[in-house]
Design a binder for this molecule. Structure first.
Ligand code: GLC
Length: 455
């Protein structure tokens, strides 16, 4: 198992306990139904887009309904796009009139969201885009347009501080869209310091831009993935599940194909695919296991799309029974299990998350050391007979039919932490190749022919 590179401070433990968050991409772009970036990608007329945005009025938006649905689906926190790259704000900002509070809805959606989610016991996250496609000075930058840039920079800082002052405790903050600016232009290092004064417990992501002055803030292509030197409290691999050994990480993933906001006629990923991503994040670990921030693009009228709810509910029902394998789990990789599915650990338990149910009564796990106390098919609660022969664990009594449409889970409880021998700790393509040679030689000798022939 990967060794934790650092201790998670108590104030951030909720994040590793949670494992599963809901990303919400919502704004006037939902009316276009072709993704949150439609203004830029289709090179639309700015004025026409803004006029339509100002008329946008999502009559069915009900933050309490969202919170109820998110909670029921097993999410532990959420992150809402307060302002995406189109610049439209979902809160009552003192710095612009291009907001849901001043335009048609006459409502502060961020307030409604933050209050309802907090009340439901969910942690509250806010997404904020640095980039604003409406502002020429953002793209000209401080060298070409120093005066314009100073205004843009103040606007960004003021808005972020406003979001962290007016809406109670904010747990999670997701910056996005740094290009083409860098951390020095944006003053992101200074801003982060101010943010921590306003919200001492906040977790801030790593999309803060490259800085010459603060070498830590390196560019990583904007996708926030992997062991880069980028700072920020958590990494944000996008459309990817890769570990980060230096800090917490959270993979953000769509439920559809590619885009984040509601898209008309889009294809949806099936529930088992989505659940597998959650299990992969929990399994992969790195420093402290990974989270999945799974996205929904609510409809322009404010409702979660039925296709999303159906999948989220199915996963929620699975989590009700199998949640202990995910929430607060410690990553997996105790032994080789890829031929059956995924694995996670928690205290003295190893969870075998079975993706390939073959209907056979017996499951054999190689290379495990230490004594097993109990084996339970978590899906039904049934205790399973087992025996240990050397480093092998043999579990019997598995039902012919998979006991759930999603992934059945077997919990193996040990005397102490689950552990494997060297073979089990090292995967294919890893470790000392001598162990493979020894294994190959053991019975077969050196012959390239079929056993028993032409030795
Ligand atoms: C991006 C995109 C965007 C999306 C996001 C999610 O880089 O520009 O539309 O909001 O990241 O991570």
């Amino acid at each position: 198992m990967t060794r934790p590179a650092f201790e998670v401070p108590d104030k951030w433990k909720w994040f590793t306990e949670s494992r599963y968050g809901l990303f919400i991409h919502w704004g006037p772009y939902a009316e276009h139904g072709r993704g949150e970036q439609v203004l830029f990608r289709e090179h639309l007329d700015q004025q026409a887009y803004a006029e339509q945005a100002c008329r946008w009025n999502p009559e069915h938006f009900d933050a309490e309904l969202w919170a109820y649905q998110a909670k029921k689906a097993g999410f532990k926190y959420a992150c809402l796009t307060t302002r995406h790259h189109d610049g439209y704000c979902l809160w009552d900002s003192a710095y612009t009139d291009y907001t849901s509070a001043k335009q048609a809805p006459k409502r502060d959606f961020v307030r409604e969201y933050a209050e309802a989610f907090r009340k439901a016991g969910l942690r509250v996250g806010l997404y904020y885009s640095w980039i604003d496609w409406r502002l020429p000075a953002y793209f000209e930058g401080p060298q070409t347009n120093p005066e314009g840039w100073a205004k843009v920079r103040a606007y960004l800082h003021n808005q972020v501080k406003e979001l962290l002052t007016e809406y109670g405790r904010i747990d999670h903050f997701f910056f996005d869209g740094v290009w083409p600016r860098n951390a020095d232009d944006l003053g992101s290092v200074e801003l982060v310091e101010e943010m921590r004064k306003l919200q001492p417990n906040i977790l801030i992501n790593n999309r803060l831009g490259y800085s010459k002055a603060h070498d830590g803030y390196r560019a990583d292509g904007g996708v926030g993935a992997g062991d880069s030197e980028t700072l920020g409290d958590f990494g944000t691999p996008e459309h990817l599940i890769v570990t980060d050994s230096k800090r917490l990480w959270e993979s953000c993933q769509v439920t559809t194909w590619r885009l984040w906001s509601h898209v008309f006629g889009e294809r949806w990923r099936p529930a088992d695919y989505l659940l597998d991503m959650l299990c992969e994040c929990a399994e992969k670990g790195g420093a402290h296991g990974g989270n999945l921030l799974l996205n929904v693009g609510p409809q322009a009228d404010g409702l979660f799309p039925p296709e999303f709810l159906q999948r989220a509910d199915e996963i929620g029902r699975w989590l009700e029974v199998h949640g202990e394998a995910i929430y607060g789990s410690d990553g997996g990789s105790v032994t080789e299990f890829i031929t059956r599915g995924r694995q996670t650990t928690r205290g003295d338990n190893l969870y075998l998350i079975i993706r390939f149910w073959d209907g056979r009564p017996q499951l054999r796990l190689a290379d495990l050391v230490a004594k097993v106390r109990e084996v339970t098919l978590l899906t039904t609660g049934q205790k399973l007979p087992f025996r240990q022969e050397g480093d092998e664990l043999i579990i019997d009594g598995l039902p012919k039919e998979a006991p759930t449409r999603l992934f059945p889970v077997i919990r193996v409880t040990w005397d102490g932490r689950p552990a494997a021998n060297q073979w089990g700790r090292e995967r294919l393509w890893e470790g000392d190749p001598a162990r493979v040679a020894e294994w190959a030689r053991r019975q077969r000798g050196e012959s390239v022919y079929v056993d028993g022939a032409e030795r």
